[in-house]
Design a binder for this molecule. Structure first.
Ligand code: UGA
Length: 433
């Protein structure tokens, strides 16, 4: 199929590239000329494992093109995927200005039976609004489908290639069939293709993210309680997870969820709930618990040093909001760094991918090329992201290098008993050392 994908952010680029890889003819469009020039030259604007190789391979095969020329690409497209950004607006709701601008830009060039598909996360009812706008602009009823994405950053290619399910929101069977055909190569392991109304599809996306965020805030609250009660959240997690109604996934306690999706989507759903006159009590609690959780490491650090961090050198390992990405949007590490600096500490940070991004957004942070260099002379080490590289450090070498062997582990990477035996003062989440 000939498909135009508008927006070469993380969602658009992964979507376009994976569709090209299954044999479709894809043109990725963006208004950002620098980005498009870069992509034409094999420069990928984000770090996502496997993406660069896949872009290069499909571009070379002539199935993946990049342009800033929307009219030309849309004119010949059977499908037009909309994957532009929908950032959080000032009131917590999604800012849809890019979506409306693109709808206007494509309207005059759409083929008679082209299918416009919304891929960005958009408030429920957006699909209907685009349908209405296109009717006004073109004088006919265009096909507008919704196709929410469930990709995780850092595992986006794999998630796209092997989805748990594909959800589409459509107004007629014909459009559902065409989308099913497009996704058939990715559903060969009998994973379901779920066709529903555009409103249900839009709602599905938010409900999925809000429920996952709820699981994280819930387990974090329970972890904090475990610390007070003398329990171990890892054991509790095991104790509940074997109940098949509960399961193990997304119940790892930590320093709170970050990223471009959970925080933004929970707030957007909150705004939608309020807008319709309902009380978003659960959603508000999920967000509040998460904001507080981002400060737990700082609270522990402050307690350890009797409230005085003046002159202390604190190493921070892990800046990205999760491993395998350079994304620092809403990253818990940023909150910790700010609190440490405000309390008078010097921060020496390390991350395998995200240091440049943090450097651009902070001041006064020292950066270390290697994790081990960050802890030289440090009074404590804080771990915010569970990068594989931090799982098995040389504890003996670390012990020698640190000014004080104190570790605040926000991702429960190490065994408390062993850390004690190695001579460390070790703090983690929901476990007593
Ligand atoms: C999330 C969803 O998992 C995807 O299904 C969805 O498509 C995506 O948002 C989106 O809406 O675009 P993502 O934000 O990339 O994906 O990252 P996750 O792997 O879900 O992690 C989110 C945050 O939760 C991270 O900060 C992570 O450290 C934290 N987390 C996750 C925990 O603290 N505990 C857990 O058990 C799991």
């Amino acid at each position: 199929m000939k498909i135009a994908v508008i927006g070469t952010g993380y969602v658009g680029l992964v979507t376009g590239t994976c569709f090209a890889n299954s044999g479709n003819d894809i043109t990725c469009i963006d208004i950002d000329e620098k980005k498009i020039t870069g992509l034409k030259n094999g420069v990928i604007p984000i770090y996502e494992p496997g993406l660069k190789e896949l872009v290069l391979r499909n571009a070379e095969a002539g199935r993946l093109h990049f342009t800033t020329d929307t009219p030309t690409a849309v004119k010949t497209a059977e499908m037009v995927y909309l994957a532009v950004g929908t950032p959080q607006g000032d009131d917590g709701s999604a800012d849809l200005s890019a979506m409306w601008a693109v709808t206007k830009a494509i309207a005059p060039h759409l083929q008679e039976d082209a299918i416009v598909v919304t891929k960005s996360t958009v408030p429920v009812g957006t699909n209907a609004k685009i349908f209405g706008m296109l009717k006004e602009l073109t004088g006919r009823e265009c096909h507008v489908a919704s196709n929410p994405e469930f990709l995780k950053e850092g595992a986006a290619i794999d998630d796209f290639m092997k989805p748990d399910r594909v959800v589409v929101g459509v107004r007629c069977q014909e459009v559902s069939d065409k989308l099913h055909q497009l996704y058939a190569p990715f559903l060969r392991t009998e994973k379901p293709f779920l066709s529903m109304s555009p409103e249900s599809a839009e709602m599905t996306k938010y409900v999925a993210n809000a429920l996952l965020a709820t699981k994280i805030s819930f387990i974090n609250e329970m972890a904090n309680l475990c610390e007070k009660m003398g329990g171990d959240i890892n054991d509790v997690r095991r104790g509940i997870g074997h109940d098949s109604r509960i399961g193990f996934a997304f119940l790892f306690p930590g320093v709170g969820y970050g990223g471009s999706c959970f925080p933004k989507d929970v707030r957007a759903l909150t705004a939608m709930t309020e807008d319709k006159g309902n009380l978003p009590e659960m959603l508000r609690a999920v967000d509040n618990v998460n904001e507080r959780q981002k400060t737990v490491l700082f609270t522990k650090v402050k307690e350890q040093f009797g409230g005085d961090l003046g002159g202390k050198r604190i190493a921070v390992w892990g800046l990205a909001f999760k491993p395998e990405t350079d994304d620092i949007r809403e990253a818990p590490a940023l909150v910790l760094i700010k609190q440490l600096q405000e309390a008078g500490a010097t921060v020496i940070a390390h991350d395998p991918e995200a240091m440049d991004n943090v450097q651009a957004e902070t001041s006064g942070v020292e950066f270390a090329d290697r994790a081990i260099d960050a802890i030289k002379g440090a009074d404590a080490l804080c771990i915010c992201t569970d990068w594989k590289a931090y799982h098995q450090p040389d504890f003996a070498e670390m012990y020698q290098l640190m000014a004080q062997p104190i570790v605040f582990d926000g991702r429960n990477l190490y065994d408390p008993e062993r850390m004690k035996a190695r001579g460390y003062c070790y703090h983690s989440i929901g476990r007593v050392a």
